[in-house]
Ligand binder design. Structure first.
Ligand code: URA
Length: 432
């Protein structure tokens, strides 16, 4: 098979055969096809697309490019959730303990943050001593014992995606439904759980700009997951404003703890209850989503969800005193309030900008090598539709280094304030 013929075929808008897709992924993972040829194919896919059969073949080929985790020694149904990435998205930290406290096992492999979106591992590592790198046997033992473990993805899981994603990142070929769907689903399928709930985000801080694009991506991923025997569901959610109020690693851990104590932000709590009710129902732990929601509310109210977070942190070597007393989490030397220059209502809270600004002061990475400062970030005092008086606090910035005037100006510009009343946006656009 000549790779140039495969590129040409896709350039002409034709479908690739199962064999051609397998050859591409195997040979590229083995280092037998140069990046410049794969870049050309990726661009042809961005421009001409792939149908569902090709996308499923690509997903399977990628999934089998490395280890496939066998979770069969964990009793019962195992669930996973995946977010396509957002700003302030600390869902796993609260949702995992909530579903585990309801008796459903979450075996989760997570990633690090890059660019304006945060990563679950970075958040967990702001807890002193927390170990994200358990071997498979320890991971399985922990899920069996306490119903919950969150670890980093091993390098042997879907190595094809590592190479392809790095290439897509620098060749303007990330934005493609077949490429995103196969990248996400190959990792979810290789991670071995029975139930997958996808949170597909749209808006300013997300990969997909419109809800319609997010639905198209979600439908592709659902069809791939279901056709390969995993119960796959999705919710389409708004990422035009950050989720919750905290952006930044230790700040987000604190917000997840607050949520498990029953006083988290409204939007974040709602997202956790909605995702949790999907997982409990699909796992067979609840008859319907309404009953599931009540179960989830009950484990927050009686403290058992928080106790699960504690158990996971303890099992993974973390300092539980920081869960008991979040004031012991890393704290910034400086906390600077940002005041509103006008009176009105918050119309927009630009998620991408806020995520990027948080990254610039050390909450995230512009490149993989960048160091994270766990204590820094932004805490929003106002969210979309809130009324603001001139001189009121819009947000607090937790920082290590002095903030430049341009940075502060950019943060202020992240809040669009208008004189007329604004209605609260719907967080959940659709459940699929
Ligand atoms: N997340 C992934 O894992 N892959 C993509 O292609 C996009 C988002």
């Amino acid at each position: 098979m000549r790779f140039v013929d495969i590129i040409e075929k896709k350039r002409e808008g034709c479908g690739l055969s199962t064999e051609e897709i397998r050859y591409w992924i195997q040979a590229y993972t083995a280092g037998d096809i140069p990046d410049y040829q794969v870049s050309a194919l990726l661009m042809a896919i961005v421009l001409n697309g792939m149908d569902l059969r090709e996308t499923t073949d690509l997903t399977m080929a990628m999934m089998h490019s490395g280890d496939v985790v066998d979770l069969s020694s964990i009793d019962g149904v195992k669930v996973d959730k995946h977010s396509t990435g957002g700003v302030g998205d600390k869902t796993t930290l609260a949702l995992g303990p909530m579903v585990a406290a309801c008796g459903v096992k979450m075996a989760k492999m997570s990633g690090r943050g890059l660019g304006h979106t945060g990563g679950t591992l970075d958040k967990l590592e702001s807890i002193r001593g927390f170990n994200c790198f358990l071997d498979q046997e320890t991971f399985i033992r922990q899920v069996n014992a306490i119903g919950l473990a969150v670890i980093g993805q091993s390098d042997r899981l879907v190595p094809a995606d590592k190479k392809l994603y790095a290439l897509r990142d620098v060749t303007a070929t990330v934005a493609s439904i077949p490429l995103i769907a196969s990248s996400i689903m190959s990792k979810k399928l290789a991670a071995g759980t029975d139930v997958i709930d996808l949170d597909v985000k749209y808006g300013d801080g997300a990969f997909m700009q419109t809800p319609q694009e997010a639905v198209a991506l979600a439908e592709t991923m659902i069809q791939i997951g279901n056709s390969l025997g995993r119960r796959t569901r999705a919710m389409i959610t708004d990422m035009n404003e950050p989720l919750g109020r905290a952006i930044g690693n230790a700040l987000e851990v604190r917000e997840a703890i607050d949520t498990l104590r029953g006083h988290g932000p409204e939007d974040f709590t709602e997202l956790c209850l909605t995702a949790g009710s999907v997982l409990l129902t699909e796992a067979g732990a609840s008859e319907d989503r309404e009953k599931a929601r009540k179960q989830l509310e009950a484990v927050i109210a009686d403290g058992s969800a928080l106790e699960k977070l504690r158990a996971m942190v303890k099992a993974q070597g973390g300092d539980v005193s920081q869960i008991d007393d979040p004031d012991r989490l890393p704290k910034a030397d400086h906390v600077t309030p940002v005041l509103s220059r006008t009176t009105g209502y918050v119309k927009e809270l630009r998620a991408m900008r806020l995520g990027t600004l948080a990254m610039q002061i050390g909450a995230g990475r512009a490149t993989k090598e960048d160091e994270i400062w766990p204590e820094v970030g932004i805490v929003l005092n106002k969210k979309v539709a809130d009324k603001v008086e001139k001189g009121e606090i819009l947000a607090w910035v937790h920082h290590r280094k002095p903030l430049g005037s341009q940075w502060l100006k950019a943060l202020e510009d992240g809040f669009v304030i208008v004189p007329e009343k604004v209605s609260r946006p719907d967080l959940i656009y659709k459940m699929l």
